[in-house]
Design a protein around this ligand. Structure first.
Ligand SMILES: NC(=O)c1ccc[n+]([C@@H]2O[C@H](COP(=O)([O-])OP(=O)(O)OC[C@H]3O[C@@H](n4cnc5c(N)ncnc54)[C@H](O)[C@@H]3O)[C@@H](O)[C@H]2O)c1
Length: 341
């Protein structure tokens, strides 16, 4: 089997490629990533010399190049992680989100149809459902919850989801979609909550917390997201959507305090800043369907996962420094001599 993973130099995509390498030793892996600011080839450094792995620096919106790669590689399975993924950036520049997240998905699906891909999997997010009230803990997002996205990011992901459903229904593309809650773990770019807080705390810099810090997210350890996608691409039913969540609802402020406690840093570093416009209050995912139908269960509880995560960043401070000074961008040229697809 050959699996083509887009966005594999990002946070979840790189964790997923390691997951596949460990759990499917007979698979070959193709990674397509344009290496935006969020793409870091260092994330894949242990795979680069693996004979089962090939990397293409390419943009998923580039029709000709994507066609060429699919024609050459003929993948059996495509998993689309490639995305602009940061809500704050989508508020500054929505266009880039529509290009990559919507048009890029269409380009990949066209190539998947043309080259007879057996399974196209779209990695989506619980943010497509909008938000839930804080005072109704009984309410959870199910796969039937209407789409009600709030930010340009979540609108672009919801649009892509609908396009995937249309390709499945209209053209028979064998597609599945997963909608996951917030992930945490190693290799996450330090603009997102947990790695940003760790990075700042390590440098005794203020930890900026939006608004009152009481927004609630449902946290899932990244490896558990990877195991869920692995199950869906192999056992999930075509045309289906699967929610993935950790049942770990936490206030942002409690996450920040946990990070400080684990790093033995004072809470005085916390600084409340002006809230993000349109900031969703609460996400909470009902993942009963994937648990019942595919037998998925998350293996890492939050206390264990967050300890592992903090330890990962402590042990990989060079990785953080290379991002901070921009030198991570030079790694591709060093390995591949600047060759683009
Ligand atoms: N991080 C989360 O908590 C979370 C939760 C649910 C769903 N998701 C979804 O999972 C996917 C991966 O998220 P992440 O957090 O790993 O994101 P990320 O920002 O860390 O990685 C995105 C990757 O996509 C690549 N990329 C961006 N635009 C591209 C383009 N036009 N062509 C080719 N490559 C491109 C980047 O270089 C980067 O390597 C996204 O689709 C996101 O919507 C993320």
């Amino acid at each position: 089997m050959k699996i083509l993973v887009t966005g594999g130099a990002g946070f979840i995509g790189s964790n997923f490629l390691y997951y596949i390498a460990e759990n499917h030793s007979d698979y070959s892996m193709v990674c397509v990533d344009s290496l935006t600011y969020a793409g870091n080839l260092y994330n894949l450094s242990s795979l680069i010399s693996d004979s089962r792995f090939v990397f293409y620096k390419a943009d998923i919106t580039d029709v000709k190049t994507i066609d060429k790669i699919f024609g050459k590689e003929n993948p059996d399975i495509v998993v689309n992680f490639a995305a602009e993924s940061h809500v704050d950036r989508s508020i500054e520049n929505p266009g880039a989100f529509l290009d990559t997240n919507v048009i890029g998905t269409q380009v990949l699906m066209n190539a998947s149809m043309k080259y007879g891909v057996k399974r196209f999997h779209q990695v989506s997010t619980d943010e497509v459902y909008g938000d839930l009230p804080i005072d109704r803990p009984d309410l959870l997002f199910t796969e039937e919850t209407p789409l009600h996205p709030s930010s340009p990011y979540s609108v672009s992901k919801a649009s892509a989801d609908m396009l995937v459903q249309a390709y499945n229904r209209t053209y028979g593309l064998p597609a599945t979609i997963s909608r996951c809650s917030n992930n945490y773990g190693g290799y996450q770019f330090p603009e997102k909550l947990i790695p940003l807080m760790i990075t700042n705390a390590l440098q005794d810099k203020p930890l900026p917390v939006y608004g009152d810090g009481l927004n609630i997210r449902d946290w899932l350890y990244v490896k558990d997201h990877c195991s869920a996608i692995d199950l869906i691409i192999h056992k999930g039913k075509e045309g289906e959507i699967y929610n993935i969540g950790g049942n770990n609802e936490k206030h942002n402020i409690d996450i920040v305090k946990t990070v400080l406690r684990l790093l033995k840093k004072p809470e005085a570093l916390i600084t409340y800043v002006k809230d993000r416009p349109g900031h969703d209050r609460r996400y909470a995912v009902d993942s009963g369907k994937i648990r019942a139908e595919l037998g998925w269960t998350p293996k890492t509880d939050f206390d264990t996962g967050i300890e592992k995560t903090v330890k990962w960043y402590l042990e990989n401070q060079k990785w953080l420094q290379d991002i901070e000074d921009g030198s991570y961008k030079e790694y591709y040229d060093k390995i591949y001599g600047g060759r683009d697809e």
